[in-house]
Ligand binder design. Structure first.
Ligand code: BES
Ligand code: MN
Ligand code: MN
Length: 475
């Protein structure tokens, strides 16, 4: 009797126990469909920045909602906001289990410049095992791994945590309506941790977890000179040229050490301890490879800091766009009436986006010569964050990666920004794990953005392990 009983129990026990095998089997059986569905998602040109794509963005939200329903989510809703909707869905298995709030974004950056794409941005194409499409990595390919991992856990009856999905459509334009949504839905969004796949790993051989993101202050400036475009011969030399003035003003924002010259800019910046620096710089990084990849002869940056420190831990100021005067075919002799630029600053703890915007505006107005008028308009912003490496959630992510990749992940600091992360912490008191599977070389925001099919499946395989370990460690 006893023997029979034991034998009968064994197969079930083994199946439950060996989650990895079960995961691999399910992924193998559904491989093609997982890819086809992602392709369908990538075909929507959900460019949030350009009103021309409004209908497509809205259709993408509907598609995501349908896929969440198909995967087994309850209470799926396309939630209206003052801008593009937020797709919500949940599966509460048991109130006593921990809850994972999964965040992602279904909007993408504009595909411009179109002529530099080898294949059209919204017709996903596979070359050498990589999917080329706008949003392939940022963030459709990455958030969709969660939808498929959720389906997998539902179908194999292995969902170890409650899950809530919140997929937004305005991340690439600053998530300006998200704060209102989060504040109005604190009950609905209650969770134990936020899980986001929208960042990069060092490489598949050196898996890593980003433990910080920079903040952002994005400004637009206008320098206005004479009341109309002038003949550059008749007036040139006697009237300040706004294009020249703007270039001088912008050039003055960095000194000879590439340090930013705006007074008070660095006042709140937290310097890393020697030990933190050492950990950061011990991550595998090949400067020669980096330069070769970008086809640059030399790296650039603030004196006294390594490349990893510069992108992960130091604030920066970049010109994102600059325009003035005649830029059409041929030549036109003109002294332009105005010049414009879009300037963004990446921020680090404990800088504040609002404060830096004010400091910038004050300084920029002050350095303008009398011959021109200056207008500074702030766009969106976001706060910097550092995510903990000592909590249960980080530990669960670390264990999941270790099991799936066979290597313990390296903690790194990311240079990009995801404004929602600070918001989740402030409004919901939630910490985030940045569980990204992209690569910096995936050309996010650039032409020929890509995502490796291998990474896509690897992500789907790794995520259920996170849920398993997060539940276990929370017991
Ligand atoms: N996914 C990126 C952020 C990112 C990329 C973080 C790679 C770390 C590594 C996100 O979609 C993004 O592009 N964010 C914007 C900010 C937003 C306010 C426009 C950014 O960082 O420029
Ligand atoms: Mn993103
Ligand atoms: Mn992006």
């Amino acid at each position: 009797m006893l023997r029979n009983f034991t034998f009968a129990k064994i197969p079930i026990f083994v199946a439950k126990c060996n989650l990895m095998q079960e995961i691999k089997k399910y992924v193998e059986e559904n491989k093609q469909r997982f890819l086809d569905e992602l392709f369908e998602l990538l075909r929507f040109p959900s460019v949030s920045a350009d009103p021309k794509y409004k209908e497509d963005v809205l259709k993408t939200a509907e598609f995501v909602a349908q896929k969440l329903k198909d995967a087994g989510a309850d209470k799926v809703e396309v939630c209206e906001t003052a801008g593009y909707p937020i797709v919500y869905g949940e599966k509460i298995v048991d109130a006593s289990l921990p809850t994972v709030l999964i965040y992602g974004h279904y909007d993408v950056q504009p595909a411009d410049p179109l002529e530099l794409w080898k294949t059209p941005p919204f017709e996903p194409t596979v070359r050498e095992g990589k999917i080329y499409a706008r949003g392939a990595c940022d963030d459709k390919g990455q958030f969709y791994m969660h939808v498929k991992a959720f389906e997998l856990m539902m179908q194999t009856d292995t969902l170890a945590c409650n899950v809530k999905f919140m997929i937004e459509g305005e991340e690439e334009v600053g998530s300006s309506n998200l704060a209102t949504f989060v504040k109005a839905n604190t009950e609905r969004l209650k969770a134990d941790v936020v899980l986001i796949s929208d960042t990069s790993m060092i490489s598949m051989e050196s898996p890593s977890i980003e433990t910080g993101l920079r903040g952002l202050a994005y400004m637009e400036v206008e320098v206005v000179g004479p009341n109309r475009d002038l003949h550059s011969g008749v007036y040139g030399g006697a009237v300040a040229n706004p294009a020249t003035i703007l270039c001088q003003m912008i050039a003055s924002l960095h000194d000879e050490n590439n340090h930013i010259t705006i007074p008070e800019f660095y006042d709140r910046v937290v310097e890393l301890s020697d030990q933190e620096k050492q950990v950061l710089n011990s991550a595998p990084f090949d400067l020669e490879e980096y330069k070769k990849d970008l086809d640059i002869a030399e790296e650039w940056g603030e004196k006294g800091y390594s490349t990893l420190e510069r992108t992960g831990t130091r604030p920066t100021l970049e010109v994102n766009g600059i325009w003035s005067g005649y830029i059409g075919e041929g030549a036109k002799t003109v002294l332009p009436s105005k010049a414009n630029a879009k300037i963004s600053m990446r921020l680090v703890p404990n800088q504040s986006s609002e404060e830096i915007s004010e400091i910038f505006a004050r300084h920029f107005e002050k350095i303008a010569p009398k011959g021109v008028k200056v207008k500074v308009t702030p766009h969106h912003g976001g706060e910097p964050v550092v995510t903990p490496t000592n909590g249960v959630a980080y530990l669960a992510a670390e264990k999941a990666i270790k099991e799936s990749f066979g290597k313990k992940p390296i903690p790194t600091r990311g240079g990009g920004s995801i404004p929602i992360v600070a918001l989740f912490e402030d409004v919901l008191g939630l910490k985030t794990v940045l569980f990204g599977f992209g690569l910096d070389s995936d050309a996010l925001h650039s032409p020929n953005e890509k995502y490796d099919i291998y990474n896509y499946y690897k992500g789907i395989e790794t995520l259920p392990l996170f849920h398993k370990y997060f539940a276990e460690l929370n017991k």
